[in-house]
Write a protein that binds this ligand. Structure first.
Ligand SMILES: [Ca+2]
Ligand SMILES: [Ca+2]
Length: 222
């Protein structure tokens, strides 16, 4: 009996489970947060990075997660337009990542009709396109209010639990489309960017089982 219990406890203890842990956060107001635990994450934004006031969007969002102070804006032209890149290195062992941010579509984004559309926003993770949409055909399940041009991408399923195991993560945001004009016609901004990774953690259950094991070993060793 004690032998089987021992086997069970060890199998349970070493079958760790993954929990979501924040690797990085940036509200573009001067402070970036990096994960420091099993490893210390480093990195940051590069490419097109224009930090500007959120202006009239201030306060829009959900409780504890609103446009505030400054955001990162990209108003470049071209098809594709210039890319905003977030590179994080030295991530701990993980199996998936989630890309969370608030999104603002600024000025007059056009629909599908040429010559002014389509206007598309893309997100790539380590070179693979994970999210690409025309805001006029988007389901808008993440819209912060009816008909608004602000979105809570913390809720976007396409950006959640993306398979990823490399120690370096690269996230690219860029606009594209034959109608993309950029500049004063249309641009986009991101706010409160949060990267979450699912990392293996021994749970409190495991600690409990070790205590249970210690109790039994003491009891049966007599
Ligand atoms: Ca901000
Ligand atoms: Ca356009």
């Amino acid at each position: 009996m004690a032998k089987y219990l021992l086997l069970f406890v060890f199998v349970f203890a070493f079958s760790v489970y993954a929990v979501p842990v924040q690797m990085y956060f940036n509200n573009f107001d001067g402070t970036q947060s990096y994960y420091s635990g099993y490893t210390t994450v480093t990195g940051g934004f590069s490419g097109t990075v224009s930090i500007e006031s959120v202006g009239g969007l201030s306060g829009i969002g959900v409780t504890g997660n609103t446009f505030s102070g400054s955001y990162l804006r990209n108003s470049t032209s071209g098809n594709p337009a210039s890319t905003t890149v977030l590179t994080l290195s030295n991530l701990p062992v993980h199996d998936t990542v989630s890309i969370n941010f608030l999104l603002a579509l600024i000025n007059s984004w056009d629909g599908d009709a040429s010559p002014y559309g389509p206007d598309i926003l893309n997100v790539k993770v380590n070179g693979s396109l994970v999210f690409s949409y025309n805001p006029r055909t988007y389901a808008n399940s993440t819209a912060l209010s009816m008909g608004s041009n602000t979105f809570n991408m913390y809720l976007e399923n396409a950006l959640k639990d993306i398979p990823h195991t490399a120690s370096t993560l690269t996230v690219e945001w860029y606009a594209s489309g034959s109608g993309w004009q950029g500049g004063a016609d249309e641009s986009w901004a991101i706010e409160n960017v949060q990267i979450v990774a699912n990392i293996p953690e021994p749970g409190t259950c495991v600690l409990f089982m070790f205590a249970f094991l210690a109790f039994f070993m003491k009891k049966y060793s007599k």
